[in-house]
Design a protein around this ligand. Structure first.
Ligand code: ADP
Ligand code: MG
Length: 709
């Protein structure tokens, strides 16, 4: 028997069970079965006194003597104890006792067999989940073992299961038996997957030991060692496969070669009103190296809100321009595209590079002009929304595509960008995201991309004081805004807009707006409003009023979430803050603290806030560091749910490791994977044959994430 042997050939399985194991648990081969680990363990080393049994407890075992057995019919009538027609019996109830108390054991199935076993006066170990029925402590269908049978080990593994499996008789006990048989067959011929020196350096237990212990642990310590080894192995192989793909991609995809820095870059650089931060400089160097490597750049740029990603984008675009290519910058919303256009135009003034804006509301005439300018190459940088990936938009020589806030774009949209390259060569791609993705997740989700991180804020960024405020202090909040406006500041007030309750949300927004207008009346105060149901002209008009300082307060839905820069704003009020996700709240907060001496983020919340939401709000008050928040968020919710990572499905599913908890093991494992690939990038050396074979398995092939951006 080998790992690839079909599960139906394992003694005790057969075709029918095999089919269920496959459809219910994804177990198709013997190898799959031994890699299906218990998700928890029952400690059967201790016996609980009946007096201490409580319905809140998970599974327990008691050692008790049978006092009396009763049989009941469907209608509840008790049947004579010498009942021989078992088909009339609906339920068997055994009253059992130890020296501390009594309880009931109930069986609906296998009654005849139990009736013959549970002879009054005999003692058994009963193992099951306690509950209460008719005010009486009981266990339904406990496992019944002779007191001297000696359980399967101190810790018993519990495997994932379903109703269908149980109905087919594949109980926990049966699973243990099947796994036991499989191990017996496989372990003697099993090959170690990890290189010797890794095992030695990391002090990892061998695979055979790990597999035996993960299924049948002898004690907690052995289980911990097994689990550590298997987590390491899982993360190591995952990283090895991702990094290998990255290597193959970067060596097989030709990239546009951009050796020069160019005059435009230098002109812009020297005219900058500020010094770049160390992190910005480092990231620009990384990008420059990519663009002149001869390979296509596929880089993710992470940086917290306000870390200065736009400047990096501008300078990167100018490298492309300086080498005779064009660049485009795609933003997720029109408001944001407008703002980028305004900023970038300003930065590009000293360079003489022509920049254009293309969005859904660009008029026909302008559009025609832009199309022409892109084709003859006179436009160096194009900024826009997804309008710029339409097929009618043709570049003379697109050399760099920058995507801001990547998670808002679909995969096919990004693929269309790739196809806009020059003479069939895809442009370099730089994806910018302000959603801080924890390192461990980034390594996995984007394991085959290069990741740059701006981990330093520009000087002058002021701390933001964050407060949680209940409804009873709404009046005080209004007064606070009034004081700030008196100091010459401006305020954002943001309402949630959740798709499912859109109608109600607009109602709230409207009511909120009316209240604000009443509280802050003309002519002393001006209030602007921006939301998704406005035309783009209305949106732009209101936005401009706030950006230019003509309006004191901006009431809006989350359209301002990304990017908008109003340094004079010092207050961010978030209504129904409990309804927002952590990273969204953090993004919103990042809109203030950009100019004013002190800024405030006020999280308004209702009276009924769930424990989890409360935790989120408290966390936000406690830290301003986006990466810290993201780590905490992931711990709270698990990585699959993490906001901003639309690819909630990980590249492969993990059997035992957790991205949230095993970050250290992950980076360790990645280091080893990197080292191995440095010496043997295609895993062709004989010493790496086992690894190469592992990576040929289904779960690692057929996934090409290289075009993720
Ligand atoms: P984000 O990363 O959120 O896109 P931006 O690029 O919008 O951040 O930058 C936020 C603000 O910081 C802008 O007003 C920008 O002009 C300013 N800024 C960027 N880099 C620096 C720097 N090195 N020094 C000072 N201010 C900077
Ligand atoms: Mg930005």
């Amino acid at each position: 028997m080998v790992l690839e042997t079909g599960i139906q050939y394992l003694p005790g399985v057969g075709p029918k069970r095999a089919q269920l194991l496959q459809s219910e648990l994804g177990v198709a081969t013997v190898g799959d079965l031994i890699r299906l680990y218990p998700f928890r363990y029952i400690d059967r080393s201790s016996i609980v006194r009946i007096a201490d049994v409580h319905p809140d407890l998970a599974q327990v075992q008691v050692r008790a003597t049978v006092l009396k057995v009763r049989l009941y019919a469907k209608n509840g009538a008790e049947l004579p104890p010498d009942q021989l027609k078992y088909n009339m019996v609906n339920r068997l109830s055994a009253l059992v006792a130890d020296d501390s108390g009594e309880m009931e054991m109930v069986f609906f199935k296998g009654v005849k067999w139990m009736h013959s076993r549970l002879v009054p006066g005999s003692t058994f170990i009963f193992f099951g989940k306690p509950s209460v029925f008719n005010n009486r402590l009981n266990m339904v269908h406990p496992e019944v073992d002779a007191p001297d049978s000696g359980t399967t080990g101190v810790l018993t593994g519990v495997y994932p299961s379903t109703e269908k499996l149980k109905n087919a008789g594949i109980t926990g006990k049966v699973m243990l038996k099947l796994v036991g048989t499989a191990l017996q067959e496989i372990l003697p011929v099993l090959q170690e997957t990890l290189p010797d020196y890794v095992l030695r350096e990391k002090g990892l237990v061998p695979l055979t030991y790990a597999l035996r212990q993960i299924h049948f642990p002898t004690d907690q310590d052995a289980l911990a060692k097994a689990s550590y080894r298997l987590k390491f192995e899982e993360l190591f192989l995952l990283q090895l496969s991702l990094l290998k793909q990255k290597y193959v991609r970067s060596h097989n995809t030709v990239g546009l070669n951009m050796p020069a820095v160019g005059e435009a870059f230098n002109a812009c650089y020297h005219a900058l009103p500020y010094e770049l931060t160390g992190a910005q400089k480092r990231v620009i160097r990384e990008i420059r190296e990519d663009m002149r490597s001869g390979h296509q750049m596929n880089r993710l740029l992470q940086g917290d809100v306000g870390s200065g990603k736009t400047m990096v984008a501008v300078l990167s675009a100018l490298i492309a321009v300086g080498n005779g290519y064009q660049a485009c910058l795609m933003a997720p919303t029109e408001v944001l595209a407008n703002q980028h256009f305004a900023n970038v135009s300003k930065y590009l003034k000293p360079t003489g590079v022509r920049v254009a804006l293309l969005t859904g509301s660009t008029g026909v005439k302008d559009r025609r002009e832009i199309h022409a300018g892109l084709q003859d190459g006179s436009i160096g940088v194009l900024i826009g929304t997804h309008a710029l990936i339409e097929d009618t938009v043709q570049f003379k020589a697109l050399g760099l595509a920058i995507v801001d806030e990547q998670h808002r774009f679909g995969v096919d949209q990004r693929a269309r960008l790739w196809n806009k390259g020059w003479q069939g060569v895809p442009p370099h791609v730089l994806v910018m995201t302000a959603t801080p993705i924890p390192r461990t997740l980034a390594m996995t989700l984007y394991g085959d991309l290069d990741v740059s991180v701006i981990d330093e804020m520009p000087p002058g960024r002021k701390p933001v004081t964050t407060l949680c405020v209940g409804e009873e202090k709404r009046h005080a909040m209004h007064n606070f805004i009034r004081d700030e406006i008196a100091k010459g500041r401006q305020a954002f007030i943001v309402y949630p807009l959740i798709f499912e309750s859109e109608k109600l949300d607009y109602k709230n927004l409207e009511l909120g707006y009316e209240e604000i207008v009443r509280t802050f009346p003309l002519p002393d105060y001006k209030v602007a409003i921006v939301h998704g149901q406005q035309t783009s002209q209305e949106k732009a008009f209101n936005m401009d009023a706030f950006v230019a300082g003509r309006a004191h307060i901006l009431v809006s839905t989350t359209v301002i979430e990304v990017g908008v820069d109003v340094p004079n704003a010092s207050v961010m009020v978030i209504e129904s803050a409990e309804r927002f996700g952590l990273s969204q709240l953090h993004q919103l907060r990042g809109r203030v603290g950009r100019g004013a001496e002190r800024s405030y983020c006020i999280l308004m919340h209702g009276t009924k806030v769930s424990k989890e939401s409360r935790k989120r709000l408290d966390l936000l008050c406690a830290t301003e560091n986006g990466f810290e928040l993201a780590e905490e968020d992931m711990k709270m919710r698990g990585p699959g749910d993490l906001e901003g990572t639309q690819q909630s499905g990980l590249p492969i599913s993990l059997n035992i490791a957790s991205l949230a908890k095993d970050g250290l093991i992950l980076s360790d494992a990645r280091g080893y994977a990197q080292h191995i690939l440095e010496l043997d990038p295609t895993l062709e050396k004989p010493g790496n044959a086992v690894l190469a074979a592992e990576l040929r398995k289904d779960k690692y092939v057929s996934k090409d994430y290289s075009q993720i951006s």
